[in-house]
Design a protein around this ligand. Structure first.
Ligand code: NOJ
Ligand code: CA
Length: 903
């Protein structure tokens, strides 16, 4: 097992618990413009978004991340800000923002906004002022200027499709200005402390309005130094530390989310020592999830996660599958990028810069199983998940729109005009809605999906609620288990005692994997989406089978959580009984009974010699209707296996009550149906009416004859002639191994012999002798017997004794005595222990037992006129036989030598 462990838990507790709220958050990312248009001008606005807050809180997300909503020329969708302290009038006024905040708070939704600190729009008054100010003046140095465009030559170009240089000539300033993104986005100069101070003031402004955090856009690029790549410079980190210190001092509990599209080791630096950003996107992981699915191989994921450094306890990765930009492939190798382009962007229009401008559903070929699998990874990898608006309903994209606008189309609410986003003329919309037959708003919309429990929207809600049910996802450590099958990704999340086992099939075909779960032996896996228990973890590796793109989240429970393991409900056959009990034994019902019902039933019985073996063939050899009106009878079953053939007795009764699969009757063999009437076929040995019939027939000493065979019910004189036979209270004797014994109230003990043996039955023979011939008073009187007679052979079917009130058997009494005796000896002093009351009482009891056994022997030896009971002298052959038997018995050596010595 390969372990990548993070987040030592104890020290995390040192941080104010509530301040780590972002670790348990589910973030929903949206642009106000794209969500809902309240005034029908074709552009989404804060009032519209406020109306949709119930939708968002119902979805289960806990935090909203709003893309830039400030005044802007809109040439980079708002990331080109011209005023940091206002709301873009297209989206509403400040009062609309305030109301939105109020309503979000009322629903306990947190709000994270954008702090775009690297650059402004070239229309920002700061830039207008700078370009007109003298070179070297303070106002001028709010931005980065140069006389030539060769400075910082080692710096890459990010928007490679549109920009040829990071420098642009400004005719007003008569100098080049520095920009890492579009030419209309001049970079601010963080070597000027006034710039930092101004941005801190912007931050406080929005904190005063109640926001819960900031996404720090493009933060690797804040500072520039000749001879470097101008990314991730120590000076840049110093600025971020200042921002963090100010945030903590001004408004504790608020968060910073770093947008640093860098390799893991470089991103991790943005956490500092817990004194820079609280969260940072895991940019390198994201494309590797797509890679793993395309290659049907877990390696890209496990490899990058193993390369991911540990981060401070008070920090968290931000996980995402898609966002408002192209799916960036900057953090993969050239070969990997080519592979991903060929797998996911065959149409060159789908490519942009170093990425792919498509949404999740089209990337997954709209394959619901793949979309679900991707979301399961998003929600269970170590970090806080971010859902891009519309992905919860599987929205599509439009690669014919310029730049990244194809993934920023209006949210699809209904099948109505403009997808319910706006009631304006479609031509007026800020961007056309998706209208194709697969992803168009008529096919994909919130209204339709809200009506179906099987929709992607409903499924996503369920996944979110499961994720929220445990802190392990947001806070736990991660370790991988290397199953032999590389198409299967197995990882364990652990937080305190809580263990979550996640298993994902990354391939398009069904897969099986052997998983070593020995560290959690004895725990019971509870599958969280369906809440079903799986078999407990044992010694052997678990074999897990997965459907194509299937996944499981198992909570490994120490004790069986509710709901309990579902005892597998037997799938009963239904036997058709046309006219009377006998029709059970005719035609198709008989063959089903013999082939399917009886073998399964017998193999599950304790008294069946070959229990557990259902590979037996059964035949009903004889049958006797005990009470035709009440549908009861006895069948004699011949059961054959490879090893032996034996005859078993099976009393069968039909009960006309419906099979209750929630409370299965332990004595049921099958369902029965007569017309529309349903009932159950039960084993009569535990069935009160059946026992009542049997006792009545014994009392009447009846015979039921079928052909040459008969069932003889015979009473002894001891059977109480007048007592009514009440059988309401029938209990099974649980300790019985090879027969079935029922206690009937406090009157009778009825024992059924299951396996029929020929020859006289000692219980009947000795019982008759003691009860009727010598009338021995100290054994339970035999009241009657049932025998199956075939020509001259008799085989015992059942015996009936009188119930004798008792204190249990000698075994139970003795072991209870020994417990008490040992306890008494432990507690008493040596002298007191010598006079044990326990021992004295037990000795009296044993004295009595000994006396009774001797009386019994005398009674048995009292009639030499009856051949079977006439006493016989012990011969030396007898003694030799006993001696041989005892010395060959598998006893311990000391015991056998002792026995041999005595003999
Ligand atoms: C990152 C943002 O995500 C992207 O949309 C924007 O174009 C660049 N930063 C420049 O601001
Ligand atoms: Ca509007």
């Amino acid at each position: 097992m390969n372990i990548v462990t993070r987040q030592p838990l104890e020290s995390a507790a040192a941080v104010e618990e509530d301040e780590l709220w972002f670790k348990d958050a589910i973030i929903y990312q949206l642009h106000v413009k794209t969500f809902a248009d309240s005034n029908n001008d074709g552009i989404g606005d804060f009032a519209g978004l406020t109306e949709k807050l119930d939708y968002l809180s119902d979805l289960g997300v806990t935090t909203l991340w709003l893309l830039p909503f400030y005044p802007s020329p809109g040439r980079d969708d708002g990331y080109d800000i011209s005023d940091y302290r206002l709301v873009n009038p297209d989206f509403g006024a400040m009062k609309d923002f305030r109301r939105f905040m109020q309503e979000a708070k009322r629903r306990k939704l947190r709000v994270v906004i954008e702090l775009v600190i690297n650059h402004t729009s070239d229309r920002h008054p700061w830039f207008e002022r700078a370009r007109r100010s003298k070179p070297g003046s303070d106002a001028r140095s709010w931005y980065v200027w140069s006389d030539n465009d060769q400075k910082y030559a080692g710096t890459r170009i990010i928007f490679s499709d549109t920009e040829k240089s990071n420098w642009t000539w400004d005719p007003v300033a008569e100098a080049y200005y520095w920009h890492r993104f579009f030419a209309h986005q001049p970079d601010l100069n963080y070597d000027n402390p006034r710039v930092t101070a101004a941005l801190l003031s912007v931050m406080r402004f929005w904190l005063d309005l109640g926001v819960d955090g900031f996404r720090l856009d493009a933060i690797p690029y804040l500072c520039e130094r000749e001879g470097t790549s101008n990314e991730n410079l120590p000076e840049t980190h110093a600025v971020i530390k200042k921002i963090r210190a100010e945030l903590d001092a001004y408004s504790p509990g608020k968060v910073l989310l770093a947008e640093a599209n860098q390799w893991p080791e470089d991103v991790a630096v943005y956490f500092g020592r817990g004194d820079e950003c609280h969260m940072a996107y895991h940019f390198p992981l994201m494309p590797r999830i797509y890679m793993a699915i395309a290659q049907e191989d877990r390696f890209p994921i496990t490899d990058i996660l193993r390369q991911t450094p540990d981060i401070p306890d008070n920090c968290q990765w931000a996980m995402f599958l898609r966002n408002h930009d192209e799916l960036t492939l900057e953090m993969v190798t050239d070969a990997e990028r080519d592979y991903l382009w060929s797998a996911y962007a065959t149409d060159p229009r789908a490519r942009l810069n170093l990425g792919i401008r498509r949404r999740l559903a089209p990337l997954m070929d709209n394959d619901r199983r793949k979309i679900e699998l991707m979301n399961s990874l998003l929600m269970s990898f170590p970090g806080t998940p971010i859902i891009y608006y519309g992905d919860e309903i599987g929205m599509g994209d439009n690669i014919y729109l310029g730049d990244r606008n194809g993934v920023r189309t209006p949210m699809q609410w209904t099948p109505d005009r403009n997808g319910g986003f706006s009631r304006c003329d479609p031509a007026r919309l800020y961007a056309p809605t998706i209208m194709d037959p697969v992803y168009g708003y008529e096919a994909v919309n919130v209204e339709a999906q809200s009506r179906s429990l099987a929709s992607l929207l409903s499924w996503t809600k369920r996944l979110i609620s499961v994720r929220k049910s445990s802190r392990v996802f947001g806070r736990g450590s991660l370790s991988f288990i290397r199953a032999t099958n590389r198409a299967v990704l197995v990882y364990v999340r652990q937080y305190g005692d809580e263990v979550m086992l996640c298993v994902a099939n990354l391939s398009r075909s069904a897969q099986a994997a052997e998983i070593d779960l020995s560290p959690w032996r004895g725990r019971v896996p509870l599958e969280l989406l369906g809440r079903t228990n799986f078999p407990p973890i044992g010694e052997q590796p678990a074999v897990i089978t997965l459907a194509p793109y299937g996944f499981y989240w198992f909570q490994l429970c120490e004790t069986v959580a509710s709901p309990p393991i579902q005892a597998s409900l037997p799938e009963y056959e239904t036997l058709v009984v046309g006219h009377g009990w006998r029709s059970l034994l005719q035609g198709r019902s008989r063959s089903v009974l013999e082939r399917d019902v009886v073998p399964v039933y017998l193999s599950g019985r304790r008294w069946f010699a070959e229990r557990g073996n259902s590979a037996i063939t059964c035949r009903v050899a004889d049958d006797f209707a005990v009470d035709t009106a009440a549908d009861s009878g006895i069948v004699l079953v011949e059961a054959r296996s490879k090893r032996e053939s034996a005859q078993y007795l099976l009393p069968l009764s039909i009960k006309w009550t419906r099979l209750d699969s929630a409370k299965p009757d332990p004595n049921a063999l099958a369902g029965v149906r007569r017309g529309a009437r349903q009932g159950i076929l039960v084993d009569g040995a535990g069935d009160p009416p059946f026992i009542a019939f049997l006792l009545q027939r014994v009392r009447a000493s009846e015979t039921i004859a079928v052909d040459r065979h008969r069932l003889e019910f015979r009473a002894t004189e001891a059977f109480p002639a007048e007592t009514p036979i009440a059988v309401e209270h029938v209990r099974a004797v649980e300790t019985e191994q090879s027969n079935t014994t029922a206690l009937v109230g406090s009157a009778f003990v009825v024992k059924f012999f299951r396996r029929l043996e020929s020859g006289s039955n000692p219980e009947i023979e000795v019982g008759r002798f003691l009860t009727t011939i010598v009338q021995f008073p100290n054994t339970p009187p035999l009241l009657g017997a049932v025998e199956f007679v075939d020509g001259d052979t008799r085989r015992a079917v059942a015996v009936v004794h009188r119930f004798v009130e008792n204190q249990g058997d000698a075994w139970t009494v003795t072991s209870a005595y020994l417990d008490r005796f040992v306890e008494e000896q432990r507690l008493l002093t040596a002298e007191a222990a010598e006079h044990s009351d326990e021992e004295a009482a037990y000795a009296r009891l044993m004295d009595q037992v000994g006396r009774r056994v001797a009386e019994l022997q005398l009674a048995l030896a009292s009639r030499d006129d009856i051949a079977a009971f006439a006493p016989e002298a012990i011969t030396s052959d007898d003694i030799r036989g006993w001696r041989e038997a005892s010395s060959s018995a598998p006893t311990r050596p000391s015991m056998s030598s002792c026995a041999a010595g005595r003999a």
